[in-house]
Ligand binder design. Structure first.
Ligand SMILES: [Zn+2]
Length: 351
């Protein structure tokens, strides 16, 4: 039965109904696109993480890194691959430990060969290179060191992707009151041991970025994905300069979307349009054996939905860790499709 005049009860009902319809439309668009989260960590044997990914229509790139035991990370991946075929791909890594030993290069190449034969589609280098590891002479080893050249040449010759987390956000080298991000300020206030501004004995921010640039100058044909916006999260103009200079470089957005939300919204929106082929959606979300899997799955879903709302709508949103409300980018749908899906397949062949 149709009625032209709504009863007060129906009017009261129609408001939550409209909100529900609005949500459903956005969630429908979110769910119908097969998306990729190009940077997650799975050190966990249960199904919950990848089941949530399936539910939200995400494939993931599981990143193995030289921070935890590499073989143990591979064991988790092998187990998950049997349980969730086709739901994810993974990177491998190699230990920097043993760097000064004469057979380090041969051992590293043999390890990579075995990992590639096993299905690894990329190699991840972590920030211990440049930020932590020192050679026998007490010097920091950076990514442009000649000993990395045969390793990078081998990765390239095997058609694999090199991906690296080098350096840290620029805020790490700034005094607390000059930092862009409130969450960074809170973090470094509580972790002075990681606050490089207080540790001039470490390499500078500029030295970290310059080492990456020198590596890419030596290896212009390696397919390179710079993690965390290549640690140039504080300026889309500075990041654009590097993307212009190195055509075989892309960047993932892992754990740096809130840094972009601090910048000028229209400039960031234009940056996504101009560099729509070079940006990979990613969260850096992880799960470990000791985590509560239901809580992680819920947090993962909430993060994916929050990010989607920022990219796909012009809603004014409250973001945890950001003092001001931010407005969504409402990106053109072809840009969203690339950033959320096809760029990952292009930069990580095998996905
Ligand atoms: Zn990560």
């Amino acid at each position: 039965m149709h009625t032209k005049i709504k009863s007060p009860a129906l009017i009261a009902l129609s408001i939550p109904l409209m909100i529900l319809i609005g949500c459903t439309k956005q969630e429908l668009e979110f769910t119908s696109l097969e998306k990729v989260d190009a940077h997650v960590h799975i050190r966990y044997s249960g199904p919950e993480f990848l089941e949530q990914a399936a539910q939200d229509n995400f494939k993931v790139v599981a990143v193995i890194l030289d921070h935890y035991d590499i073989d143990a990370q591979h064991a988790y991946i092998d187990q998950q691959r049997d349980a969730h075929p086709g739901r994810f791909v993974y990177t491998t890594a190699f230990p920097i430990a043993g760097w000064d030993e004469p057979d380090w290069e041969a051992r590293t190449l043999a390890r990579l060969q075995k990992a590639f034969e096993g299905g690894a589609i990329a190699v991840k280098i972590w920030k211990n290179v440049g930020m932590e590891f020192k050679d026998k002479d007490g010097k920091f080893v950076t990514i442009d060191h000649p000993k990395f050249d045969p390793i990078i040449d081998y990765i390239q010759s095997q058609g694999r992707t090199l991906t690296a987390h080098l350096g840290e956000p620029r805020d790490c080298w700034l005094p607390l009151d000059e930092m862009l991000g409130t969450s960074n300020r809170n973090y470094y206030a509580g972790h002075p041991e990681y606050h490089m501004y207080q540790h001039p004995e470490y390499l500078s921010y500029e030295e970290q970025i310059a080492a990456m640039e020198r590596m890419l100058e030596k290896h212009p044909n390696v397919r390179y994905v710079g993690c965390h916006l290549a640690s140039i999260e504080w300026s889309v103009q500075e990041l654009a300069k590097r993307l212009d200079k190195f055509p075989n470089m892309a960047v993932d957005l892992a754990e740096r979307i809130d840094d972009l939300q601090l910048l000028d919204r229209d400039e960031v929106r234009q940056f996504f349009i101009d560099y729509q082929d070079r940006l990979l959606y990613a969260t850096d979300f992880g799960i470990d054996e000791e985590d509560d899997p239901a809580a992680i799955a819920q947090e993962l879903h909430d993060t994916w939905m929050l990010d989607w709302t920022w990219f796909a709508t012009d809603s004014v949103m409250t973001i945890p860790g950001i003092d001001q409300p931010v407005q969504g980018l409402d990106l053109p749908r072809e840009v969203i499709q690339k950033v959320y899906a096809s760029n990952a397949s292009r930069w990580y062949p095998g996905l």
